[in-house]
Design a protein around this ligand. Structure first.
Ligand code: NDP
Ligand SMILES: Nc1nc2c(c(=O)[nH]1)N=C([C@H](O)[C@@H](O)CO)CN2
Length: 237
C-alpha cells in the first residue's frame, strides 16, 4: 500500500511551499492547495506534488475544495492548515467583510476540512495521523494593527484543543504559533531591524524552523492539543 499523502493548504509560496518541498525530500506524497495559478507551481508539479485550486473566502469555495480533495485521495497521513491572509484592520464599511474574510480562511476552512476529512485520516494505514494548525504568536498576545487577524488565529488555536479532544486517540491535533519567520517582499531593512529587535534571539530565521517544528509534531507519538511557540523569545521582551 502506497503512503497516504500530506495536505498543506496555501502551499504555493513561502512557508507552505518550503514545507511541501521538505516533505517531498523526506519521501512523503504531498497535496497542496493554491488560490492563484502561477509558473512556480509547475516546479512542485514536476516533483509529483498534487496541486488543487482552493478559495476559502466563502463556504461554497471551502466545500468545493473538499469535494476536489475527496476526489483526489481516499486517505491522508496529515493535514497542515497553512493558508492565511495577513490582512490589517480596515475601518468603516469594509470592517465587517474584512473580519469575515479572516474568519473563513483561518477558522471556517480548517473547521469544515477537519470535519469532512476525518474519515480520510482514519483511512491512513500508518500508525500516526496528524492535523497541524498554523496559528500565530499574536493569537495569545493580541495585535494593535491586526485585531481581526489575531482573533481569527486565536479561534484556530482554540479549535486545536477541541479537535485534539474529539479525535484522540487515533489522530493528533497540534498548532505551531510563529512570530516573525520571514519578511514580506516589500519589507525594507528598517522594518527588518525592528522585527529582529522584537525577539530575544534577534533573528528572522526563515522557513526552515517551521519545518523543524512540523517534523517534530509529525514524528511525535505522544503530543496532542499543544501549540508550539516558535517566536525566538519574543514573549521575553
Ligand atoms: N511569514 C511569517 O513570518 C509568519 C507566518 N505565520 C503563519 O504561517 C503560515 C504561513 O505564512 P506565509 O507563508 O507567510 O503565508 P502567505 O501569506 O504566503 O499565505 C500562504 C498562502 O495562503 C493562501 N491564501 C490566502 N488567502 C486564501 C484564501 N482565502 N483561500 C485560499 N488560500 C488562501 C495564499 O494563496 P495564493 O498565494 O495562491 O493566493 C498564500 O499562498 C500562515 O498561516 C501565517 O499566518 C505566522 C506568523 C509569522
Ligand atoms: N498569512 C500570513 N500571515 C502572517 C504573515 C504573512 O506574511 N502571511 N507575516 C506575519 C509577520 O511576519 C509578523 O509575524 C511580524 O510580526 C504574521 N502573519
Amino acid at each position: 500500500m502506497s503512503a497516504a499523502p500530506i495536505l498543506i493548504t496555501g502551499g504555493a509560496q513561502r512557508l507552505g511551499r518550503h514545507c511541501a518541498e521538505r516533505l517531498c525530500d523526506d519521501g512523503h506524497p504531498v497535496i497542496i492547495s493554491y488560490r492563484r495559478e502561477r509558473p512556480a507551481l509547475d516546479a512542485l508539479r514536476e516533483r509529483g506534488v498534487i496541486t488543487l485550486p482552493a478559495d476559502f473566502s466563502s463556504e461554497a469555495g471551502i466545500r468545493d475544495f473538499i469535494t476536489r480533495l475527496r476526489d483526489t485521495t481516499d486517505a491522508l497521513r496529515a493535514i497542515v492548515h497553512n493558508a492565511s491572509d495577513w490582512l490589517p484592520d480596515t475601518l468603516g464599511e469594509e470592517a465587517g467583510a474584512n473580519f469575515e474574510q479572516l474568519f473563513r480562511v483561518h477558522m471556517l476552512a480548517p473547521y469544515l476540512i477537519n470535519l469532512e476529512a476525518h474519515d480520510l485520516l482514519e483511512a491512513c494505514g500508518e500508525p500516526l495521523r496528524d492535523i497541524v494548525h498554523m496559528t500565530d504568536y499574536v493569537a495569545a498576545h493580541g495585535s494593535r494593527k491586526h485585531l481581526a487577524y489575531a482573533a481569527s488565529k486565536a479561534g484556530l488555536e482554540n479549535l486545536t484543543l477541541s479537535f485534539a479532544a474529539r479525535y484522540a486517540p487515533t489522530i493528533q491535533v497540534n498548532a505551531i504559533a510563529p512570530a516573525m519567520i520571514m519578511l514580506g517582499e516589500d519589507d525594507d531593512e528598517a522594518y527588518a531591524e525592528k522585527a529582529r529587535a522584537k525577539s530575544a534571539l534577534g533573528t528572522i530565521p526563515g522557513p526552515g524552523v517551521v519545518y523543524e517544528s512540523l517534523r517534530y509534531l509529525l514524528d511525535s507519538r505522544y503530543m496532542t492539543g499543544v501549540t508550539l511557540p516558535l517566536d525566538g523569545g519574543r514573549h521575553l521582551r
